[in-house]
Design a protein around this ligand. Sequence first.
Ligand code: ADP
Ligand code: MG
Length: 312
Amino acid sequence: MSKKTIAVLKGGRSLERNISLKSGARVEKALREMGYSVEGIDVDASLVKRLKELKPDAAFIAMHGRSGEDGTVQELMDILGIPYTGSDVLPSINCMDKVLSKHIFMENGVPTPPFFAFNRDAFQELGAVDTMPIIGDDLGFPIVVKPAAQGSALGIRFAHTGSELPAALISAFSFDNKVLLEKYVKGKELAVSILGKEPRALPVVEVRPKTDFFDFESRYTMGKADYLAPAEIPDDVAAQASELSLRVFKTLGCSGFGRVDIMLGEDGSLQVLEINTIPGFTETSLLPMAANATGISFNELVEEILLCALEG
Ligand SMILES: Nc1ncnc2c1ncn2[C@@H]1O[C@H](COP(=O)(O)OP(=O)(O)O)[C@@H](O)[C@H]1O
Ligand SMILES: [Mg+2]
């Protein structure tokens, strides 16, 4: 078999650029070790030109957040006819936008915390600020305020009282034109990674952040969060979480791999927060951890994701 050429797309201008550079570097190393011919591309305006010259057999998209995870790069790969890892354009668009995905969850009976969403115009032109007391009464405090399309917990704030809402909203609006206010779920934080051409759930990972929540710092600093892989939860709850994650992954039309973030409430309910169509591949990332917990090495993980694209 001739050696396949794989373009590893990484970096870009997203706020998660540095994480993506780390993810990309690890993926490149894995692919090289397995004998692929690898070209790492730090994505910029020359991307299309470089890909037209390189004519890779596939693109491994190791980008997170805007442009890389939201369907933009995927659309370009479709136009260029280059097979790529992970989900297609539409699921990428839908999963990147938490407001869109939560509406799809609800339409399909997937439990997700109650929420309200606004765009900037609602505040600037329609007086949305006066709905805050209604929202506070409805959701109760704390309220989790998030930008619709962001990752790595960037821009997320917890408002503990009504008086903290304005600052939380301003913070979220500095990341996106659309924000959501979501009911806080007290409980355990679970992540279910999905892998394969016939998608399967990897062991459930439990995150125990040492900070208030699983924020940017706790994610990417060694020792700032404890990870249990597999999670310390009853077998039937783990089975339910896996089944729910697979269902939501398929409902959104995702493929190849992904990670579903779930809260396990103190009442035992499972509530889906979001699907990440390109979860991290860094040293502290949850997908490689989940794979490792079931005996799949990092290289094997990378190769399985790639084969989904090459054989898709
Ligand atoms: N409704 C919620 N209740 C409790 N904690 C939450 C809630 N939403 C988010 N969080 C916390 O914020 C983190 C990031 O939220 P998430 O919706 O997964 O967005 P991101 O795309 O930034 O990962 C979660 O990992 C969790 O620690
Ligand atoms: Mg998340």
